[in-house]
Design a protein around this ligand. Sequence first.
Ligand SMILES: C[S@@+](CC[C@H](N)C(=O)[O-])C[C@H]1O[C@@H](n2cnc3c(N)ncnc32)[C@H](O)[C@@H]1O
Length: 365
Amino acid sequence: MTSELGRLIARRIALTGPISIADFMSEALGHPRLGYYRRAMPLGATPLGAEGDFTTAPEISQMFGELLGAWLAERWLAMGRPAPVRLVELGPGRGTLMADALRATRGVPGFHAALDLHLVETSAPLRATQRAALAGFTPTWHERFDDVPAGPLLLVANEFFDALPVRQFHRTAEGWRERMVGLGPDGTLRLALAPGLTPFASALPDAAPGAEAEFSEAGRALAGAIGARLRQDGGWALIVDYGYDSSALGSSLQAVRGHRGADILDRPGETDLSAHVDFAALAAATGMPAFGPVGQGDFLRRLGAADRARSLKRQASPEQARAIDAALARLITPDQMGTLFRVLAVGDDRSAQPAGFSDTPSDAT
Ligand SMILES: C[S@@+](CC[C@H](N)C(=O)[O-])C[C@H]1O[C@@H](n2cnc3c(N)ncnc32)[C@H](O)[C@@H]1O
């Protein structure tokens, strides 16, 4: 049994022919009424967290948002305290990261007075959850990053780029062909290779027959727009996601429903789809100086995650202290989120090395 959106996509394919995996992903996640991140949900219910389909770092521990908040405030100081500064989050989920970041930076003189908060979020139910999490602040919501007004920028995106559509390719003996979503004889969604060679071949690496490749035009275009803004108005962007440091072959698109793997064509709109982020391609697309990517574990450790855990445990019960230790381990150990999750910073000033990217203290002046 497929979903209502699955039937709509099948009807579209029957009328106009097979669609790319990127088009399928755009529909499955972003269809205005039935898309995974757009559909109506009961108040307070979201795809994130124990009750939903997946859990993210800010939902694991307040330490994550607090440490990222401190990083952003330090960058604001390094920028010369511009006011106003556009503090932008892409895909804020439940608003937890931003709420923790703002709470942790209350004491930075002048920072909150300078902040102009912008959230890029397509999901109406998640916007409502974010509004509640950020009571006391006055964010402006946008559908797209391009709608954020000009001005010095501090941007953060955690697990956002992995949700942007990717194309997939398969190397045949003749060359690269794109993987498409078409229909099987029974009218259900089915993967198949396009009959001809892809015009995207020049953007793909040389590889032996049988190889798979993926790339995200949407991710590169957004990174380019962020880079252009940083070049024009100054500022920093911090991108955290799972992915790889240098462009690699392979296919990583995955489907998750109820914390379990699913078939990518299964129940579109009710299943999360995401792909690993190609950080080398993102960094190159910004056209700006980039720092990292480094592992999330190293990054958080260098920002003082262990000290923050110790200070939280001072006011904690033994049971809470165990939970704080477990959350820290989940965020930083290599076999959990510490290595797979990568952190990339992009900024407008090469002389000021941002915190978290090296064990040696910055020699910035
Ligand atoms: C995987 S969740 C991550 C949430 C949050 N950053 C966190 O770490 O908990 C992806 C977020 O991006 C939003 N989103 C997904 N695709 C989007 C798009 N194309 N434009 C704007 N927001 C989008 C989702 O609604 C959600 O808030």
